[in-house]
Design a protein around this ligand. Sequence first.
Ligand code: XMP
Length: 520
Amino acid sequence: MNNNMILVLDFGGQYCHLISRRVRDAGVYSEIRPFDVSIQEVKHLDVKGIILSGGPGSVYEEDAPRIEKSLLGFCKEREIPVLGLCYGHQLIAQLEGGTVAANPVKEYGKTTLEVVKQDGIFNGLAEKETVWMSHGDQVTHLPDGFEVLARTATCPIAAYRSTDGLLHGLQFHPEVNHTPKGKMILSNFVFSICNCEKNWSIADWTREAIARIKDDVGKRHVLLGLSGGVDSTVVSVLMQRAIGEQLHCVFVDNGVMRKDEGRDVEDYFRNTLNYQEFYRVDAEDEFLTKLAGIRDPEEKRKIIGHTFIEVFERKAGELASNFGKLEFLAQGTIYPDRVETAATSKSAAKIKSHHNLTLPEDMELKVIEPLKDLYKDEVRQVGKELGIPEEIINRHPFPGPGLAVRCVGEVKKEYLDILREADAILIEEIRHAGLYNDLWQAFAVFLPSRTVGVMGDFRTYEYICAIRVVESRDAMTANFAKLPWDLLETISTRIINEVSGINRVVYDISNKPPSTIEFE
Ligand code: XMP
């Protein structure tokens, strides 16, 4: 536990995860909890400050999400500062006796903020600053003893604080890049108002994670589902350091891996990392048989998640004769996986079930997820800290359900074989152009629609390959990469000429949101 932490309470706002990111980037540990976290848990976490996120609700609605009734009283008593952002700003004002109402003029986008008090949370700001607004409701009357810190043309109470300096509210979003001084404002809150120390570092986290795993596991044995990707590789090295031979790594060749992936993963773990307890399980038929005829993306994800667990449990049973009962299943789940599966929030929507979280209810193994609170770039920093080579750390993310979610609709071996060839060509060309490390992901997608083409003097009627290449920092948002036309042409020409079954290549030009990175 870190007694220098900022707790973020999640009211379902789309920027919630960014708040804790920004706080961690400033060097202070931060975690997110649902909005109705108990006072007991807040006490246990020993927080230095609390930030209430934005959210889609309206505080005056009967079923509006609210913090536990006496949380503000508890914070005042313990002198724990609280900052409300957008919905959080309105909620604090309302709970303290102010009023909130819908404004006829909604404010969305960049707005000029007139800073009335350039001290405290606004220390270092100019009289006029650009901020990002996104609200329909606003605070219309402040509670007694509160003062206005800033306003905009249509929002007279755009920021406030209580006279004891413990409660603050900002109608705008300091956590997004569109608020240029946002980082400074959050740093003022964290350091000057909450008196946090700058002491969150990946090196500390790594040391603490190893110690925690040792404590949690004791003398028991753990099975790790290893895919060879960044996350599970980092988990494997962390666990190796913590529990050594009590770790048993299982790589499941599920038939939806990329070209030569099984061979490469086995080689790396057996020969480079020298893992003695590495098992490769060939389960291609089992997975493909269960997926046959299934088109729905969530159904496909569920089948894959459950089949993985069946294979792991079978393997754990086999290993039990040598090592006794294996009690834990370790996984490389990271924070964004949980956000999109809506596992962190009571008010956020489920986008897709990330496979690590699609677990059967009656599972016997207990799950350990050491990276569950980290973002991908933080996981990569942990990897570096552990001495994992750059070429592994910088591998593009690959989803647990593998090519099954890149083969739109029904998954068939014939389609997967086509996809593997196209994907290998794409990656080869991206590497050749020296772009691999600058991109978040680059992959091919199989579209099971046939279109007409002409090759030589003949008509063709074959499938479509989509190319998806995106830039991103943490997968929560992403932009399609503006690749040079020449490169796109080379990729398309090579795929059509070299991959039998494809006669058309299309480039995906959608950003996330509103699209997602994977097609399913
Ligand atoms: P989406 O498609 O949700 O993807 O924009 C965001 C990031 O997550 C990866 N992804 C997954 N990773 N298990 C994983 O470990 C999954 O089930 C899964 N689904 C998507 C995706 O590749 C992208 O980097």
